[in-house]
Structure formats: C-alpha cells, structure tokens
Design a protein around this ligand. Structure first.
Ligand code: ACO
Length: 335
C-alpha cells in the first residue's frame, strides 16, 4: 500500500542566543519565573534583516542533504508552514523553492500557526498518495521575534525563531518512515485567543502611533493552555484509535513545544509516560510551526529515536487549530 515516507530532516537556528537573564534585564521577569512556568532557558532570535524565508531556505537545503538530494533536485511540491511570512503577499514558499533550485515545484504557504507543520505534512502526504507528487519538501519556519510586542513580557519570553524541514517521498506503508495517518481539527469560535489584530482586511494596517499595539502577536495564555492540553490529547487519542496503535506501543511523543507543563499534561492525559515525551523547549523556546521538526531533529541527533520506533506528533495553535500524525521512524540522519 502506498504511503508518504519521511526521507530527510534538516533544521536551522539563527545564531543569536537570547537567555532568560537577558530578558530579565529588559522586562519585569526572572530566569526563575520563565523556567518554572514554561521550561524555557534560552531561545534564538533572528538578526535584523534575517527573514523567515532565509531560515526556511537553510533548513530546506539541509533536509535535501539529509535525504541525499542536491539543490535543484526533482521535488514536485514545497509547502511552507509559517505565521511570519516574508510579506503579506506573495507567499514565501515560491521564493524558498526558487532559492533551492526547485523552480519546477508547486509551492505555497500554509497558515495554521503552531499546528502548521502537521497541517503541511498532511497536505503533502495527500499529494503523494494521490500521485500528484513523488517528492515533497515540507518546511516549518518562523521569526516570531518580528511580531512580539516589546511591552508584553508574557509572549516575549516564550517565543523563539527557527526552521525545520522534512523531505517526504512516495513509498510503501510497511517501510520505516511511513506515515500511518493524520488527525486535523479547528475551532474558529476561539479565534481571538491567539491573534494579530491588525494588518489584514478586517483591520487594515494604519500609520502606527505609540501604544497602538494591534500589529503585535497577542495570546490569552491561561485559556490557550487549557485548550492546548485538551485538543492535543483528544486529537492524539482519536488518531491512535484510527490507526490501531495501542497507546503503550508509542515509543515517542513529539508534541508542539508550547510549554513544558503542557507537554507533561498531554502525555499524562494520553497515558504515555513523561519520559517518552521529547522536549527541547528549554533550548529553543516555542518556535510555533518550526517546533515539531526541530524537536524531531533534536531527538534524532541525540539518538533518542531509533529506526522502526513509533512516533506520535501532536500540535496546537492559533485558529484555533490542532493536528496529530503517526509515523514509524526511518533510518535517516538529520542535518
Ligand atoms: N514574568 C513574570 N511574571 C509574569 C510573566 C513573566 N514573563 N508573564 C506573566 N506573568 C505574571 C502575570 O502577570 C500574572 O501575574 P498576576 O497573578 O499578578 O496577575 C502571573 O504571572 C500569572 O500569569 P498567568 O498568565 O496566569 O501565568 P501562567 O502560569 O498561565 O503562564 C503562560 C503564562 C506561560 C503564557 C501559559 O499560560 C502558557 O504557556 N500558555 C499556553 C501557551 C501555548 O500553549 N501556546 C501554544 C499556542 S501558541 C501559538 O499558536 C502561536
């Protein structure tokens, strides 16, 4: 039976490390508050002039290398998940595809905030299963540092910049690396919980006055926390049921790195021991659409995941959106 198979994984983090101590100098916060409430010790922020597309191109290049492919390889589809595109128009994916020499590929962005990478995996997988593509490059890339409100200590301490990319190819369901299934969902009734109010057609960008904060990312943290735990747990359970994986057969839970307390709560709700939850939020913060591929690459490089292991991905983000994916781990080296 045909399936989408993970064939390569690449990541890129901007070099600038931002420690909790640095933020404590700027905001009314402390290393202790950030660590105990979120699990974050540091994050990376892009330098001025370094865009989401720049990060995505680096990660995409490394994913191609990991899959044994060169720049300009025969890739049919590039899907870029991001909340922070280079421009409101056009999409960032065609530019990234061109910079990777993939000018023949269909290329578009997906906007599902922190669930974006799982959404992008699903659409790429569908294209492969339908025979519309043989090889796809799926990227999650973000520069949240460009949309954080410098007056808002709650969001400013959480988010980091980065990019992760995966090469998917059409293969067989019994191969290591094969995706067994997906579960996606949304609830737009809670769209205001995570939002950038201005700059779209509802509230157009205007000349900004001091204190006019509508251009910045906003989040109602407490309500988002509760929804994130509920939706990721429910989505994971629904997917495991659909693909017929008993919960104790899951070797690794790779959840969206929103908050270490959320990750622990999701593992507990699903019934997966906390030690099986992959965690790298301490080093990179919440990188939204880049979070899942960065955590996967970290687990792969650390030797935490081994070929044939069962891996459950689950994410939650603005929209609200959520999504889960199940795959067996392939024999690849992340670059
Ligand atoms: N430093 C010190 N104090 C702070 C900080 C800070 N950086 N931020 C908030 N506080 C204070 C608040 O002002 C509040 O003070 P008060 O009690 O005097 O009013 C207190 O800490 C508690 O605030 P809460 O918001 O209740 O803190 P909470 O424990 O909920 O942690 C957090 C906040 C970390 C944002 C948490 O709610 C969270 O992680 N939410 C979920 C985030 C998430 O899941 N995001 C995923 C989706 S994101 C996306 O899609 C892009």
């Amino acid at each position: 039976m045909p399936a989408a198979v993970l064939g390569g994984l690449g990541t890129y983090l901007p070099p600038r490390r931002v420690s909790n101590e640095e933020l404590a100098d700027r905001f009314d916060t402390s290393d202790e508050w950030i660590r105990t409430r979120t699990g974050i010790r540091q994050r990376r922020w892009a330098d001025t002039g370094q865009s989401t597309g720049d990060l995505a191109t680096e990660a995409g290049h490394r994913a191609l290398k990991s899959a044994g492919l060169d720049l300009g390889a025969d890739v049919d589809l590039v899907v870029l998940a991001t909340t922070t595109p280079d421009h409101p128009c056009p999409a960032t994916a065609p530019d990234v595809a061109a910079r990777l020499g993939l000018s023949r590929a269909a290329a578009y962005d997906i906007s599902a905030v922190c669930s974006g990478f799982v959404y992008a995996l699903e659409v790429a997988s569908n294209a492969l299963l339908a025979g519309r593509a043989q090889t796809a490059l799926v990227i999650g890339a973000e520069t949240y540092s460009t949309i954080l409100n410098p007056q808002d200590r709650t969001t400013s301490v959480i988010f980091g910049d980065g990019a992760g990319a995966a090469v998917l190819r059409r293969g067989e369901a019994d191969e290591p690396g094969a995706f067994a299934g997906f579960d996606l969902g949304s609830d737009g009734n809670d769209k205001d919980l995570i939002c950038i109010p201005d700059g779209g057609s509802r509230q157009r960008a205007t000349h900004q006055e001091p204190g006019d904060d509508g251009r910045y990312f906003t989040m109602q943290g407490k309500k988002v926390f509760a929804s994130a735990v509920r939706r990721m747990s429910e989505s994971s359970a629904a997917l495991l049921d659909r693909v017929g994986w008993p919960v104790d057969s899951v070797d690794h839970l790779v959840g969206h790195q929103a908050n270490v307390r959320i990750l622990r709560a999701v593992a507990e709700q699903i019934g997966i021991e906390a030690a099986r939850a992959v965690i790298d939020i301490d080093r990179v913060g919440n990188t939204s659409a880049a979070s899942i591929p960065l955590a996967l690459a970290e687990a792969s490089s650390a030797g935490t995941v081994a070929p044939g292991d069962r891996v459950l991905l689950t994410a939650f983000g603005g929209g609200l959106t959520w999504g889960s994916a199940a795959l067996t781990w392939p024999d690849i080296t992340a670059c």
